[in-house]
Design a binder for this molecule. Structure first.
Ligand SMILES: Cc1cc2nc3c(=O)[nH]c(=O)nc-3n(C[C@H](O)[C@H](O)[C@H](O)COP(=O)(O)OP(=O)(O)OC[C@H]3O[C@@H](n4cnc5c(N)ncnc54)[C@H](O)[C@@H]3O)c2cc1C
Length: 292
């Protein structure tokens, strides 16, 4: 984890979002898919805490080496609105990379990646790393409208197939990413699932993967204060490996990537009665350590 005063190299609109590219070599060279940045806001009472953003790209080689890209949904609040208005040659105070990255399967080959909205940003970085390891990648991208589906055209360069789902039917099929999951798993002969979406959608994806005994990893976005393990704001109940109990893990340092079969979704989301984890574990992704 490094702190940098990073210059904004460029910004651009990507559908409903703003993509920001920074010059931050020390952070870029350590960054892995699934990790995130903590970005300081302007001074003022409204902005005591840093805001957190998933890493979309980190270039370690070639002409763009040392750059980092992240994606902002400007519609959320004051912090994201402020960032979306930042321009080239301004400087941001950035800490990163934070959190645990996705791990890559060692033996299994067919990877299905699904995301809703700008959640797809970190999956593009993951897809690149998987393709570099000779894995097959298929994607499902969703959004409320065509504007909120993240980079569907670019996705075609990385994936064997891309299914696009929109709530209003303005792009691809009408519906949510969950609707496309069973067919996509069958068509891609998926062996591993990776997902980024709002927590209720992830809960349903977890249930599907559990039922079909598919190893999966999800990146969650629990609200967090510090982002590096000090404040305990972002705890998530996660079953122990033997599933006999659970512990409250911090999404910022123990996540944001988790095995969804071990999250106690009902307890975490607090909407339904508490269901203890089942004794039967779902196979974890046999990974190569998350290192390139
Ligand atoms: C690990 C992680 C990765 C993230 N990656 C991205 C990303 O790549 N792009 C992006 O645009 N956003 C991302 N977010 C969410 C982003 O950090 C928040 O939307 C942002 O902090 C909101 O700041 P704000 O000042 O604009 O809004 P605020 O004024 O702070 O909040 C506006 C509203 O949004 C709610 N809110 C704030 N943060 C969250 C949250 N984390 N979850 C649910 N509700 C929240 C608040 O309660 C409030 O109702 C990520 C969050 C986490 C934890």
């Amino acid at each position: 984890m490094k702190r940098a005063r990073a210059e904004i190299l460029s910004t651009r609109r990507v559908g409903a979002y703003r993509s920001i590219t920074l010059v931050a070599p020390e952070i870029a060279e350590r960054s892995r898919p699934g990790q995130f940045l903590a970005i300081a806001m302007p001074e003022g009472r409204a902005f005591i805490l840093r805001r957190h953003f998933s890493i979309h790209q980190a270039s370690r080689h070639g002409g763009w080496a040392g750059t980092l890209e992240f994606v902002v949904d400007p519609s959320v609040g004051a912090g994201t609105g402020w960032l979306a208005g930042a321009g080239a040659h301004e400087f941001l105070d950035v800490i990163g990379p934070l959190g645990k990255a996705f791990s890559y399967p060692k033996r299994l080959t067919n990877c299905l990646l699904l995301a809703e909205g700008r959640g797809a940003a970190s999956l593009f970085f993951l897809a690149q790393e998987l393709v570099a390891r000779h894995k097959r990648v298929d994607m499902i991208l969703g959004g409320r409208t065509l504007e909120s589906v993240f980079k569907p055209v670019d996705a075609k360069r990385l994936s064997q197939t891309v299914v696009v789902m929109t709530a209003d039917g303005s792009l691809g099929e009408r519906g949510g990413i969950l609707d496309a999951l069973p067919d996509a798993v069958a068509r891609a002969d998926a062996e591993v699932v990776y997902a980024v979406a709002p927590a209720p959608t992830l809960r349903s994806i977890a249930a599907f993967c559990r039922e079909h005994r598919l190893p999966a990893q999800v990146a969650i976005e629990e609200r967090m204060g510090c982002g590096f393990g000090l404040c305990n704001t972002c705890v998530v109940p996660v079953a122990t490996k033997d599933r006999s109990a659970y512990e409250n893990l911090r999404a910022c340092v123990d996540g944001p990537v988790f095995d969804p079969s071990r999250i106690l979704w009902d307890r975490w989301l607090g909407e339904l009665p508490i269901v203890p984890p089942t004794a039967e574990p779902v196979p974890a992704i046999p990974h190569g350590g998350g290192e390139p």
